[in-house]
Design a protein around this ligand. Sequence first.
Ligand SMILES: Nc1nc2c(ncn2[C@@H]2O[C@H](COP(=O)(O)OP(=O)(O)OP(=O)(O)O)[C@@H](O)[C@H]2O)c(=O)[nH]1
Ligand SMILES: [Mg+2]
Length: 480
Amino acid sequence: MNDGVPEFAVVGRVNMGKSAVIATLLEIDDNEVLRVSPTPGETTRAQAHKVVFGRKECVRFIDTPGFSRPVEAMREIRKMHGEGTPGRETLRRFVEEKGEDFGDEKRLLKPLLDGAGVLYVVDPGRPLRDDFLAEMEILRWTGRPRLALMNLREDGGGEHEEAWREKLGSAFNLVRTFDAHRAKYEQRLLLMKALLEIEERHRSRLEETISLIEMEWDERRNEAAEVVREFLAEALELRVREKIDEKDERMPTRRKQKEEDLRVRYFERLKKLEKGCFGKLLMIYRHHLLKVESGEESFRDIDLESEEVWMKWGLSRGQLTLVAAATGAMGGAAVDISTGGLTHGLGTLLGGITGAGAAWFKGGMLPDLKVDLKEGVKFSTGETKELEMGPPGNANFPWILLDGILVRYGRILERAHGRRDIEVLGAPDEEGYTKHFPQERRKLLGKWFVDCAKGARPVGKDVETKVLWAIEETMAEFGK
Ligand SMILES: Nc1nc2c(ncn2[C@@H]2O[C@H](COP(=O)(O)OP(=O)(O)OP(=O)(O)O)[C@@H](O)[C@H]2O)c(=O)[nH]1
Ligand SMILES: [Mg+2]
């Protein structure tokens, strides 16, 4: 069965989080592929989950049903063996000769006898009882390299953690902690590296796998940065237009209505762009249970008037002035660094563009946004004119937009694939990042923002690449 691909069987008692560990490690959030459930005994047969790069299978994890009668199994094996310490031969006989009353034990031992290493998952929140000691003993008899994983829950291991640690320390080659509901990339990588430590035989294959994982992670970040750059450019270049006729011009209420419609359309389009951006990011990071948007109901309790929401994102007035001065945009009518009511409305809206924005529009209340209103004769025939609405004139707009993305990007990276609840990527009440950018990065992006908003996105590859790097660099700072 073992074709040279390093294999690890994930074993342990029912409901310890074995499946959740594999799900998080391999980024599988689909219950059809890998079932994680509060019902004990969910996994009923051994199932291999592969790590594949290109077409090459690099390492394999086998989810197992878990021990159900470890004490009885230990006794049986001892009895079959007689004097001394049982080894693989006796275990093999046990697997071949015993019936379904030891079905779970048979199924979990089989891969170990075929050469898989042991990944023993325990929940250190449980008291360490004899039946666990029996499991450890049986695993020791397999003679396979063994890593014990304490699947720490949110509240830690509690009073039993030390007892577990001590016992595991003597029965396993290595003991590590891992929180299947919260582990991020760094912790996943550490676990992979730990496997390398216990499995000497496969050292080079595992080393290769780890570098492939690292490379692929960087590639994903690069791809994600490109998605964000394109979103920012499209958002800043976004314009909506509406024809107005003579009547609209003569009657202020009609004209106002047109402007209002335009504004709604502008933000609808912006919202769609933002949604598309997150859709792509979620795909890159393989999430299906994280949603961009839910029904509007869940947004009812977000306080749209809350000043904290917008105060946390974007640059300060001083920083905006500096950026404007540094990019030579100062003095132009394009720079509006005012805060107050203007930014208030803007921040609040963008804070909740996803979903909350929609709720806002539905209520017929639009934030008081200063949107550039371009008017000009566009048609040679008749009196038709066109209103054009572009990005809000406020210089903080792109920064708030970027912070909105970054804050939620952090959420995407934090989400462990082992979880099975649905989470909505709403408008997190978190401090933004742009305020803390190094000056150089702010200058580079600031200039690019102004160009994009003017509809003059730089064509040269040079600036575009630098902008990509700046975004990528920012993204790399997450999870550190
Ligand atoms: N809070 C928290 N819950 C977890 C964690 N790991 C697993 N769980 C939950 O514990 C339950 C059991 O997880 P599974 O991964 O299905 O456990 P298992 O060991 O595969 O269980 P069986 O297949 O039934 O033997 C699920 O409801 C998980 O969501 C964790 O790290 N933190
Ligand atoms: Mg399971």
